[in-house]
Design a protein around this ligand. Structure first.
Ligand code: URA
Length: 218
């Protein structure tokens, strides 16, 4: 008998996304519009992990589509990449009401989905955006101010990856000094991926008047 064809990484992610869409493991399923699974290349070498969907993400079902997402797109452009070259997901797949901080039991309920995404994609680098993703994936309590820009080999979801903590773009939107550091940390990504290090191109950010997510991400 012929062996069953192996599922591609895209197939595996699609199957996982269908499971996530009906997840009721935590209270957030009661208030979300839809789950926000992740987007990008199923075979990406570089994966970003943010905190949780905000208002716009909850409406559209796509991570990082608000102001923070626009900055993320610009930062990617600065190192010659687009969203299609990377994979973008969050710690939580459902929006916390009012963009409040994720709660510990919500993270525990949801983390298995993220670990499985990482196990399927097998990225070389997992860049964590802000405190929640960094603490979860490093397994350490050290905050982002201490560890941003410091790569650390670690095992996540059974895969060996290089964890690369970064400030959350939503935080950098309001703090020019943090944006500068985020640009500098971003500029090291090509080197970490094994390519050339590009010159840092300043990112132009228009004034923003409303926070995209709570400033819990430092
Ligand atoms: N902030 C996040 O952490 N994730 C999103 O998807 C949007 C904003």
């Amino acid at each position: 008998m012929a062996a069953a064809p192996e599922l591609t990484q895209a197939d595996q992610l699609a199957a996982l996304e269908a499971q996530v869409a009906t997840c009721t493991k935590c209270r957030l399923h009661e208030t979300r519009s839809r789950t926000v699974f992740g987007v990008g290349s199923p075979t990406a070498d570089l994966m970003f992990v943010g905190e949780a969907p905000g208002f716009h993400e909850d409406r559209q079902g796509i991570p990082f589509v608000g102001q923070a997402g626009k900055l993320l797109d610009k930062l990617l452009g600065g190192i010659g990449l687009t969203r299609d070259d990377v994979y973008i997901a969050n710690v939580l797949k459902s929006r916390p009401p009012g963009n409040r901080d994720p709660q510990l039991d919500e993270i525990s309920a949801c983390e298995g989905w993220l670990f499985r995404q990482i196990a399927i994609i097998q990225p070389t680098i997992v860049a964590t955006l802000g405190n929640f993703a960094t603490k979860l994936l490093s397994g350490k309590p050290l905050g982002i101010t201490r560890v941003h820009g410091v790569e650390q080999p670690t095992t996540v979801g059974g895969s060996r990856v290089l964890l690369y903590p970064l400030y959350h773009p939503a935080a950098a939107l309001y703090t020019p000094a943090m944006l500068k550091v985020l640009e500098q940390d971003f500029a090291r990504i090509p080197e970490l991926l094994g390519g050339d290090e590009p010159a840092i191109e300043p990112v132009v950010v228009e004034a923003v008047h409303e926070p995209a997510v709570q400033l819990s991400i430092f």
